[in-house]
Design a protein around this ligand. Structure first.
Ligand SMILES: [Zn+2]
Length: 458
């Protein structure tokens, strides 16, 4: 936001705050960061198309497929795909003066139902380190899985192009890395591509556990899986679904009790992240609209975001509006006039680019924002019709003020926002029994943190 817009925003705030109730529409205060908006323009459908074509060219990226030097030299199998991803991240790093740290997370998975013998699984990732020493340990992460499969999860030689599932998500992670590595952010962004998804989320599970045990402060995980916008007539190319868990799988018994008693089913950190995606789409006028789906995932399906949820991290899943099941997990064939197989020709590359822009807008906004306020509490010492919220200042020194958000308990997204200035306690005349509150931090340029719903404090 330039200085003029900032003053305009303050003026609009003052005028609107003089009204009763003291509520603002989110649209009234949000303005895009011009640097982020310019970066989004650099996302290229052509480049996404060539990256997906490259991934498909490895014939199969089954996690169980070849990783030996001869196969890699012949550009066949998951080993070749892994090495190419690494070289691609390294190329982006060269283009930004070595700004990315390119790494692999490699381990041997023991046999399971879908892994017949001990198998090496390798996640490939690039780190764009935050430039603010006080905020560099805050991490936002985007991921897609680069492994693929055909009709048989155990087949390791036949074609498994995986153009949509999940060449598209892998391409989103790559393109976010290419475009955002041209900018600098106070917090850190990790661009991840994992393997083993089709065998049982093995790669993401290992990575999330590694992050947890290393004490990584991951604020947000964006998992892109099947974001190719399959070109079937029933597709809606203007919509991407964003799935988020309600009751956190990692919640303790004490946390579950609070959720049950106070109606916290729709305020997990993942759900707040989904709402943040919706706001980023409004701020940056996303050409693809996020449809927030209030469930962990689709029926009978899972994804890598769940590995992060299990470790207590906020994580959501992006998936195209309508999947075409003839075009995923299928051998390439024709039967009854239907073409089966996950082929590049079914992918809508403009759609993938739009989804990549929405991911990049969310990542860049979060990596620019102050840390969320800490220990947000709502006082419940005595009965009363007003509501006092107390919080610890956003750590890291970037917050210039705070905003109070609220909605009706039956509301899906935040309905009201009130600027509070640089304070850490506020009493609203609204009853905490009737609405759901949250607090977020705002920096000088208007970047917003994730919203934090208060815990009851006696
Ligand atoms: Zn997938």
């Amino acid at each position: 936001m330039n200085i003029c817009n900032w003053f305009k925003a303050i003026f609009v705030c003052m005028v609107l705050q003089s009204l009763v109730p003291p509520a603002l529409s989110q649209e009234a205060v949000a303005a895009p960061d011009p640097q982020i908006a310019a970066a989004l323009q650099q996302v290229s459908a052509e480049r996404i198309q060539s990256n997906i074509a490259k991934l498909v060219s490895f014939q199969t990226r089954s996690t169980l497929s070849a990783q030996d030097p001869a196969s890699i030299a012949a550009s066949r199998g998951i080993g070749a795909a892994r090495d190419w991803l690494k070289s691609e991240f390294e190329r982006y790093s060269t283009d930004c003066g070595g700004c990315l740290e390119v790494k692999t997370d490699s381990f041997t998975e023991n046999p399971t139902a879908r892994i017949p013998s001990p198998t090496q699984i390798t996640n490939v990732y690039a780190i764009l380190k935050g430039t603010d020493p006080e905020n560099t340990k805050r991490i936002v992460l985007v991921t897609g899985h680069y492994d693929s499969r055909d009709s048989d999860t155990l087949n390791v030689t036949d074609a498994a192009p995986g153009a949509n599932d999940d060449g598209s998500g892998t391409a989103v992670s790559l393109e976010c890395a290419r475009v955002l590595s041209k900018l600098k952010f106070p917090a850190t962004i990790v661009f991840l591509t994992v393997a083993g998804e089709e065998q049982g989320l093995n790669g993401s599970s290992h990575f999330a556990k590694m992050a947890k045990s290393a004490g990584w402060n991951i604020e947000a995980v964006l998992n892109n899986d099947i974001v190719g916008g399959d070109r079937s007539p029933q597709q809606n190319p203007a919509v991407v679904r964003v799935f988020s868990e309600g009751v956190p799988v990692s919640a303790t018994e004490a946390e579950l009790r609070i959720i049950r008693n106070l109606g916290g089913e729709s305020d997990s950190s993942s759900r707040e992240l989904a709402r943040y995606v919706a706001e980023a789409a409004r701020v940056y006028a996303s050409s693809v609209k996020p449809m927030l789906v209030f469930r962990l995932d689709r029926y009978l399906r899972g994804g890598d975001h769940y590995s992060f949820n299990q470790e207590g991290y906020a994580a959501v899943r992006f998936t195209e509006f309508r999947e075409n099941f003839d075009h995923q997990h299928q051998n390439i064939r024709t039967g009854n006039g239907i073409e089966f197989g996950d082929l590049p020709k079914f992918v809508n590359y403009d759609y993938v680019a739009s989804v990549a822009r929405l991911n990049a807008a969310t990542l860049a906004s979060l990596a620019s924002s102050p840390a969320p306020p800490a220990r947000v509490r709502i006082e419940t010492k005595k009965l009363g019709n007003d509501s006092t919220l107390v919080w610890d200042a956003s750590p890291g020194g970037r917050a210039q003020g705070y905003e109070l958000l609220w909605r009706n308990t039956s509301g899906a997204d935040w309905e009201n926002v009130q600027s509070l200035g640089n304070i850490t306690q506020f009493t609203s005349p609204l009853s905490k029994d009737n609405v759901i509150f949250a607090v977020r931090a705002v920096d000088r340029a208007g970047h917003r943190s994730l919203a934090i719903v208060p815990s009851p404090e006696r």
